[in-house]
Design a protein around this ligand. Structure first.
Ligand code: NAD
Length: 430
């Protein structure tokens, strides 16, 4: 590929996806490039998403009024295959947020050696204020708006914040009705009854715990008995807490958007789950003292799992973290400044692109099963997942040691190198 303009020649402030989160993803990319040793023209291509789509989703609300929701889908790279990534429903979704998350998905898929590039999408709405019918109408219209740019060989959505298997079933149904036949392979994270995979729901959380376990082995620790706190008690954090407990760790803290609870002797995770099912939030849980979300992150523990949302550890609070290991179930929960503070304090961070890759890995298994119209059982999926997570973890750990870089840089370098090698082999079209 011939040499092309560099990032310095480009005023990124003018680009529509410029945002704090995208700048964070871009800075991480630049930091990793110092070690990745890939040609600059290849790096330049990968600084930009291939396609960024903005749609407006008109929906009739239960009141009869019409509301229009801004919505997005960003496809970062199709070098290794179709793009893959979640759809989130959140008040703060922007094009810039989706672009950052899509870029991270590219490195994550490549790191796990999945034949995918990264994508991310979302609808800017407050899902807690919407009825089931409104959510269904939003999902169906959003799917219809995206129909020209998604597809089983183009871009395959999955659940993310505030979306679940029901959302994916509506998406699959809408797409299938437009095609005139069932297309289960258009989404992953669907209900099993429409071609979903067993174990998909638990896969991200289970994968987080698989890499925590492996990190403990490498650090010479025993997971059993370690004090773990989990921020975020949704699809990822809920499973992380249950898996940690099942493996003999002591879950001493759990937090969600409403606040946290901490008990030095350990929480009864199932009991907290029951409370959340009945009351909608951790707040008010009677079995343990409450703490604020800010104080929660500073609770003394061995392992801090961040499984809620981005920007949780920042330059200002990273110095007060009292964990010996941080694992990122969420995407982008540790800022660049916080990373530097934690590195200086010798606290390893198992980064998002590695730690939470279990979800996309089992999504890949689901897609393969749908395309082949064949289905694997839970044990087979779990053991295939463990194999891929441990393989990726070991490659990252060894690269970090060999190049004396952080686990985050090593994970990004490993992912970037995979994409760069493919892009170099394919060359620049036309
Ligand atoms: P979810 O909506 O099921 O759960 C999010 C949880 O975070 C909820 O318990 C919510 O109350 C909590 N939360 C929100 N704001 C908070 C705050 N300020 N403080 C503490 N807790 C807060 O979403 P999820 O699917 O579990 O996703 C969580 C994170 O994991 C996201 O960053 C997502 O991108 C990432 N992720 C999810 C998957 C997946 O398979 N679901 C895969 C990879 C990465």
């Amino acid at each position: 590929m011939a040499k092309v303009g560099t990032a310095a020649a480009l005023d990124s402030a003018l680009l529509e996806w410029d945002s704090p989160l995208f700048r964070m993803a871009a800075s991480q990319f630049e930091q990793a490039l110092l070690h990745a040793q890939i040609p600059e023209p290849i790096a330049e291509r990968l600084r930009h998403p291939e396609r960024a789509t903005i749609v407006s989703v008109p929906v009739q609300m239960d009141t009869g009024d019409l509301r229009v929701f801004p919505a997005y889908r960003v496809q970062h790279s199709t070098v290794l295959g179709p793009t893959k990534g979640g759809i989130r429903y959140d008040e703060h979704v922007t094009l810039g947020e989706c672009t950052a998350l899509a870029m991270w998905m590219t490195w994550k898929c490549a790191l796990l050696r999945l034949p995918y590039g990264g994508a991310k999408g979302g609808v800017r709405c407050n899902p807690r204020d919407l009825s089931r019918g409104e959510l269904e109408r939003i999902t169906r219209r959003y799917t219809a708006e995206l129909a020209p740019v998604i597809g089983p060989q183009e871009d395959i959505p999955a659940p993310d914040m505030a979306t679940d298997e029901q959302t994916m079933a509506w998406l699959m149904d809408t797409y299938s009705m437009q095609m005139g036949h069932a297309v289960p392979e258009i989404v992953t994270g669907k209900p099993i009854s429409v071609g979903g995979s067993v174990f998909r729901n638990e896969s991200t959380g289970a994968g987080v715990v698989m890499v925590i376990e492996r990190a403990c082995e490498r650090l010479g620790w025993e997971l059993r008995g370690l004090r773990c706190i989990v921020q975020g008690f949704g699809k990822v954090g809920g499973v992380v807490a249950a898996e940690l407990r099942a493996k003999g760790a002591t879950v001493t803290g759990i937090a969600d958007y409403s606040g946290g609870v901490v008990a030095e002797d350990g929480l009864d995770v199932e009991d907290v789950q029951r409370h959340v099912r009945e009351h909608g939030a951790v707040d008010g849980y009677p079995g343990a003292p409450a703490v604020s979300n800010a104080a929660f992150l500073e609770t003394p523990c061995d392992v801090l799992v961040l499984a809620a949302l981005e920007d949780q550890l920042q330059g200002a609070n990273a110095g007060r973290v009292r964990a010996r290991l941080v694992a990122e179930g969420a995407n982008g929960p540790t800022t660049i400044e916080a990373d530097a503070v934690l590195a200086a304090r010798g606290i390893p961070v198992v980064p998002d692109v590695l730690a939470n890759a279990g979800g996309v890995t089992v999504s890949y298994f689901e897609w393969v099963q749908d395309l082949g119209r064949l289905f694997w059982d839970r044990d087979e999926i779990r053991s295939r997942l463990a194999e891929k997570m441990v393989d990726a973890f070991d490659r990252v750990w060894e690269l970090a040691e060999a190049e004396e870089i952080s686990l985050r840089s090593a994970a990004l370098v490993a992912g970037i190198r995979e994409v760069a090698a493919a892009l170099e082999a394919r060359g620049l079209y036309p």
